[in-house]
Design a protein around this ligand. Structure first.
Ligand SMILES: Nc1ncnc2c1ncn2[C@@H]1O[C@H](COP(=O)(O)OP(=O)(O)OP(=O)(O)O)[C@@H](O)[C@H]1O
Ligand SMILES: Nc1ccn([C@@H]2O[C@H](COP(=O)(O)O)[C@@H](O)[C@H]2O)c(=O)n1
Length: 249
């Protein structure tokens, strides 16, 4: 009994004092970054942050406050003046235990996932002052480590010293098919062609913007999950985490 008590407290100690690291998961749109990041964070008790949700929330704000001109261009000066009025936070949904995005204290989780927001988000995310504001908040969220963050520039700009960096890719057709299946399962009408176009267009804008373009960090591990199941990629990521934890001790 005595021995059992000792080994339990030792295991608890090991868990409590285990060094926490930062995990940066970047990659192309709709390739499964958030699926794998969320799963891993839940399993290892880390905070999960979907940085794309923050850019989407700013985009929704622009749509709701008339900050897009009729031709789709952004009223940049007005947005810059209003940046301090945009407050983004994440709260855990009690039922699903999944993080929900809040914009100025209103839950916008469903609305930021619409194809309309997807079609407007990349030009908003290309603006230097928007990135500066959101990157500052993201870095503050990772101050204590123990965080998994996914996005486009997490390993190349937000957390240059992240102990584990992953860069995920899959063919555009496969990514669009996954998104199409997801929307169909939710009962949402969507055209495969529109989704494919959106995925390709966002990749193009994200890769060619001037500020923090989407690219693989030199020290990131490349994962092409085109032919992997969700369970396989989850296992793969857990292995990378274990290696990174041991390497950082
Ligand atoms: N390996 C996989 N095989 C099949 N479907 C997958 C796989 N990984 C993720 N998916 C599904 O693909 C869709 C997109 O995944 P997810 O939202 O995680 O991508 P993402 O990279 O975070 O996208 P975005 O960049 O748009 O935020 C989801 O429906 C998810 O369930
Ligand atoms: N770190 C990031 C994250 C996202 N973006 C931009 O936001 C768009 C939406 O992101 P999703 O992850 O929800 O697809 C994405 O297409 C990028 O334009 C970004 O620039 N940096």
């Amino acid at each position: 009994m005595q021995v059992r008590k000792k080994s339990l407290s030792l295991r608890l100690k090991q868990t409590l004092f285990m060094k926490k690291i930062i995990i940066a998961i970047d990659g192309f749109s709709s390739c499964g970054k958030s699926t794998m990041a969320k799963d891993l964070a839940r399993e290892i008790g880390y905070i999960y942050i979907d940085s794309g949700a923050m850019y989407r929330a700013v985009t929704l704000y622009c749509m709701e406050h008339g900050l897009f001109n009729a031709d789709g261009s952004i009223r940049e000066k007005d947005l810059q003046d209003q940046m301090d009025d945009i407050h983004i936070s994440f709260r855990l949904d009690a039922d699903s235990q999944r993080p929900q995005t809040y914009l100025n204290d209103v839950c916008v989780e469903d609305r930021i996932r619409s194809l309309e927001v997807s079609s407007h988000v990349s030009p908003v995310a290309a603006l230097g002052f928007v990135r500066q504001a959101l990157v500052r908040q993201q870095q503050a969220m990772g101050k204590e480590k123990g965080i998994v963050m996914d996005g486009r520039d997490i390993g190349t700009a937000v957390f240059l010293d992240a102990e584990l960096k992953i860069f995920v890719t899959a063919s555009a057709e496969i990514r669009a098919r996954r998104r199409y299946d997801e929307l169909k399962a939710k009962g949402q009408e969507a055209s495969f062609e529109d989704i494919l176009h959106n995925v390709e267009e966002r990749d193009r804008i994200d890769q060619t913007r001037e500020v923090s373009p989407l690219r693989k960090a030199d020290d990131a591990i490349l994962l092409d999950n085109s032919l992997m199941s969700i369970a396989e990629q989850k296992e793969w990521l857990k292995e990378q985490f274990e290696k990174a934890i041991h390497a950082s001790r």
